[in-house]
Design a protein around this ligand. Structure first.
Ligand code: DAH
Length: 334
């Protein structure tokens, strides 16, 4: 066997001996047997001189590379002895194919969003999208929310510090405006997306969360259509026995406006008869005028609700922050 051919088998033998090290004496003997002055590996280096001159550089290099690996293994073995056997007992090859092939899964918020989208699709709604970095016009003005409205307060809203004062959208309602500016009625859309508010994080608040917006515009659309749609979707999402209730409320972009409460076994489990879940109403004529729709010809409804809220109820989660920590112990449960 040529010297070059001896390197790999000897290296493998030495690595096996070093990995098997369990205490100081086995460490000393493995080191002595291969890397010490009388060691087998050191012996290879000594034989280098017997090779013809032109073969020496290549073989010398191969020996040094292998020796480098052995020295790393020696260090691992030393650390292991020092730590009382607590170190890794195998050198890890991170390039090896995985032994355990588990597919990932969707985040619970994504799962709930997909369920919501699936229900609305059955009713003919399309998914629309808009920018998270918005301007005040789409987020507030066009939604009939004037400059002095508290929703625009710098306390509640993240503004970007540039002359145009863009902001992180505080609700998905801004996308209603963008869609209506782009297309003529009829409109039937939902908008799942991320929104931002200057809230400090606690069990039920987070500075960013997700909403679904809905908008339906056609001729002769009524509150009855709104109620029927919301009831259909919530029963699909939260069970067939879910009940819905509309309470009068105020939003500047709808008239009349309502808050939607719902009740089912989950709310009763929480000790509540009704739980507030969404805001909605008939699109305000001023909003239609702003986007160039004739309010005498068209009518419509809109709603918005929080996705986290639904996911928390559905899965019995009491702390919203769990959704954003990406702790595998949490995520694996869905
Ligand atoms: N934008 C409201 C919020 O963030 C929710 C909402 C209420 C959306 C009424 C609507 C609506 O489209 O008509 O709290």
């Amino acid at each position: 066997m040529s010297l070059l051919d001896e390197i790999e088998p000897l290296k493998a033998e030495a690595l096996a001996a070093l990995m098997a090290v369990s205490d100081q004496s086995s460490l000393d003997s493995a080191k002595g047997a291969y890397l010490g002055p009388q060691g087998k590996f050191t012996g290879l280096l000594k034989q280098l001189g017997t090779l013809p001159k032109e073969e020496r550089p290549a073989v010398g290099k191969a020996i040094n590379v292998a020796k480098g690996e052995l020295e790393k293994a020696l260090k691992v073995a030393r650390d292991k002895v020092e730590l009382g056997g607590a170190g890794p007992d195998q050198l890890v090859d991170f390039t090896a194919p995985g032994r355990c092939r588990r597919s990932g899964r969707l985040h619970p918020l994504t799962q709930v969003t997909e369920d919501i989208v699936r229900s609305f699709r059955k009713l003919g709604f399309a998914v629309a999208d808009g920018p998270e970095v918005e301007d005040e016009y789409h987020c507030f003005d066009a939604l009939n929310t004037p400059v002095d409205h508290p929703a625009r307060d710098a306390q509640d809203t993240f503004y970007v510090d540039t002359p145009e004062r863009p902001l992180l959208r505080t609700h998905t309602s801004s996308v209603q405006i963008r869609v209506m500016q782009e297309q003529q009625p009829p409109v039937r859309i939902i908008v799942p997306g991320r929104v931002y508010r200057r809230d400090t994080a606690d069990a039920t608040h987070n500075p960013t969360f997700h909403q679904v917006e809905g908008l339906y515009v056609d001729r002769g659309v009524t509150v009855g259509d709104l109620k029927g749609t919301v009831e259909f979707v919530f029963r699909e999402l939260m069970g067939p026995k879910t009940q819905i209730r509309f309470r009068p409320h105020y939003f500047s972009y709808t008239e009349p406006s309502f808050e939607i409460d719902f009740a089912n076994a989950l709310t009763r489990k929480m000790g509540k008869d009704w739980l507030e879940i969404a805001g909605c109403g008939m699109v305000h004529p001023a909003v239609f005028e702003e986007v160039g729709y004739d309010p005498e010809e068209w009518s419509g409804w809109a709603f918005g609700f929080g996705i986290e809220r639904i996911a928390m109820l559905r899965y019995g989660i009491h702390d919203i922050r769990l959704f954003y920590e990406n702790d595998m112990r949490f995520l694996k449960q869905f």
